[in-house]
Write a new protein. Sequence first.
Length: 340
Amino acid sequence: MSLEDLIKAQAYGLGFDLVGITSLGPVETAGAFDSWIESGYAGEMDYLSRGAAKRRDSRLPVAAATNAIVVGLNYGGREPSGSIARYARGDDYHDVMTARLKELHLWLEAEAGRPIGGKAYVDTGPILERDLARRAGLGWFGKNTNLINPRIGSFFFIGVLLVEIDLAEDSPFEADRCGRCTRCLDACPTDAFVESRVLDATKCISYLTIEAKGPIPPEHREKIGGLIYGCDICQDVCPWNVRFSQDLREQAFGAREVFDGDAREIAKKILAMNDDSFRAELKGSPVKRAKRRGLARNAATVLGNVGTADDITTLVAALDDPEPLVSEHAAWALDRIRSR
């Protein structure tokens, strides 16, 4: 077997569902990414503009690196939809994938019999992973901006291991298999797609419930419905996911007990948390990214949309939350329930 075949076999043995290899160099989509930021579509995500030079040339983040081993890890597209996006219900994928990529790196050094410079990236640096994944043959850019693989759909994480070793690269994925389908664009509740493959993040429910730090704009609150953290709608309706998404096999991504129940139950659990219980319940969870104030803001908004008179007591208590952001959204939610 070639070294490339051995690398892929090892990656599959570590639990990855997809693996491909590509060379490093100028990044094809960097110009479009720069234009996207300049258009204001990144909103408050200022970190996306950092390290622009490295983002434009994938040889720069790791000195002397020549190739990327790109992997995909399924997180269970067959799991039922719910108020917490599928990817965030279990342990933090950054930790799970980075540990396995480091293990792959150590194996590669042992196989080669020498130290090999390299570094793993999982949403953690100025790397356009999606571009490298397409070049490595893992899939194409869907109209909803997600990478879609023809065998497993789009419910998978992308990880990259940049390495200082020459490897034969795989053929890039050249085809666009979305055809004339626009289901993902049509299904977005907040009309976040400016056009095919261009997302205005400031309108995206994932951005509004995770990245945005201030109040949710009033014109978007009702459209969030029962979604507390993230959104899977544009993936749920994709025909490639309807047919090919996979069962959850990685137990680390299984839903935590705190996320059991419907949107109302989960929202009330969240609003009952203080800082200490928030940290204890969500230790090692990607949901911590929203902080307690952001998650409680979302929970109050959801109760305003799907709550009943039985939830008024919870929201009245939230009016005294130490975070004005939470009390403001609780007041909005109470007005919505009372109007119904």
